[in-house]
Design a binder for this molecule. Structure first.
Ligand SMILES: Cc1ncc(COP(=O)(O)O)c(C=O)c1O
Ligand SMILES: [Zn+2]
Length: 405
């Protein structure tokens, strides 16, 4: 790491210092000495690293190895999905299953990196507004790092997120509102409380962890990229991170200049990026009354919207929304076809793919990778609407097997 650079005004900030946003309000991105990396590191050496995302440590911001806070995140499987592909007309479909990360979502990558940087920079207290899964991951990595963690999330987050955070010992506040309301509370209280704010893109390190999804994909495909990537977009950090990873890998001579079409997938009840894409805008507008069972996509105004839109446009991709009904159908069908029970955010991508094949935007033989960003097991409330129990007493009977009442 050489420095931090503002993604808007390009102002530089020194490495090794505690930073949030640039003074202009732009998110800061970590920059590296890519020439030196090219001379001293090679893609063949990656395999000698650990079987986690920390195998890419030379392109991550942590300077001292002992500061790394790892629970085994990354190196998730890239699985073929032949039956699901056949059903919707995609002959070359892969799913990168991020549900197998610690805390069962890709958020583990970003928070492993962010909490490692907290250890390195001596930060003792963090606060995070979250749509749900980032809260679970923060709570887990904060526990592993011995850092105090304050979480603000919507009252109606999936039960799994709430229980995980409590079990990991975080201070949890449930808010009658969305992640945007939670963000305002953190911003207003952080100075008085002495919290380091770990909001999406308001600190520079979560994106660095998430970008390893791009490195891994290239490594798992034998150092090449697919034709198309589907990414369920809330804050859009995973998509921005992968786009950054591709540029870094090209600069080090690991891949060529070919880029996948980046498809940003949102939901009908919250689609600020899709609307901006369709209107030809560079920034999104706040989406009013955001609602969806894909809770990770309930982000009404992503801070990095301009970076998402830029990557999608540069790549020749598109942005598309699906309904909650469609994504739950797609999730159930995928489970039966492939034995993968994915998060609604991941299943949204399957139904978006079906639409883009039908419209002719994508062709059946293109190599397509879908990111399933979380495990279906974290969303039992959403899926249980399709499988209601016959009587309310059945829940009691289940409990009774273990502790008779
Ligand atoms: C399961 C899941 N998928 C996708 C997202 C969106 O992530 P990003 O901020 O990278 O767009 C979230 C965010 O909470 C999530 O929990
Ligand atoms: Zn700036």
């Amino acid at each position: 790491m050489t420095n931090l650079e503002c993604s808007l005004c390009k102002k530089d900030y020194p490495a090794g210092t505690i930073q949030n946003l640039c003074s202009c309000g732009g998110p800061l991105l970590v920059r590296y000495d890519l020439d030196r990396a090219k001379a001293t590191w090679s893609r063949d050496a990656v395999q000698q690293g650990p079987n986690t995302m920390w195998r890419y440590a030379p392109m991550l911001p942590v300077q001292a190895h002992e500061h790394i806070v790892s629970l085994g995140e990354g190196m998730t499987p890239l699985l073929r999905a032949p039956r699901a592909g056949k059903r919707i007309g995609a002959n070359n479909l892969w799913i990168k299953d991020e549900g197998l990360n610690p805390t069962a979502s890709f958020k583990a990558r970003g928070l492993s990196c962010a909490l490692s940087m907290c250890v390195e920079l001596g930060i003792r207290k963090i606060a995070i507004p979250s749509a749900g899964n980032a809260a679970s991951a923060s709570a887990a990595y904060a526990a592993a790092a011995g850092v105090e963690c304050h979480i603000f999330m919507p009252r109606d987050v999936p039960q799994a997120n709430f229980i995980e955070c409590k079990a990991y010992g975080a201070h949890v506040t449930l808010i009658d509102g969305l992640i945007s309301d939670c963000g305002k509370i953190v911003a207003s209280r952080k100075d008085a409380e002495g919290w380091f704010e770990v909001s999406t893109l308001k600190e520079p390190y979560r994106i660095e962890g998430k970008k390893t999804m791009g490195y891994e994909l290239a490594e798992q495909l034998g150092w090449r990229l697919p034709d198309v990537i589907f990414y369920p977009t809330g804050g859009g950090v995973g998509l921005i991170g992968m786009w950054k990873a591709f540029a870094e890998m090209e600069a080090m001579g690991w891949i060529g200049s070919k880029r996948p079409k980046m498809i940003s997938v949102q939901v009908e009840g919250c689609q600020p990026v899709v609307r901006a894409f369709q209107q030809g805008d560079t920034r999104s507008q706040f989406w009013d009354n955001a609602t969806t069972v894909a809770s990770g996509l309930r982000v009404p105004k992503p801070l990095g919207d301009f970076l998402v839109l830029d990557a999608v446009r540069q790549s020749g991709g598109t942005a598309i929304a699906v309904s909650d009904e469609e994504l739950i159908d797609a999730g159930i069908q995928l489970a039966a076809d492939e034995g993968m029970f994915v998060a609604p955010e991941g299943s949204a991508c399957i139904s978006a793919l079906a639409k883009l094949l039908q419209s002719g935007f994508l062709k059946p033989d293109e190599e397509i990778v879908i990111y399933n960003t979380g495990a279906g097991l974290k969303y039992l409330e959403a899926y249980s609407t399709r499988y209601p129990r016959t009587g309310s007493s059945e829940q009691d009977k289940l409990g009774g097997l273990i502790t008779p009442r």
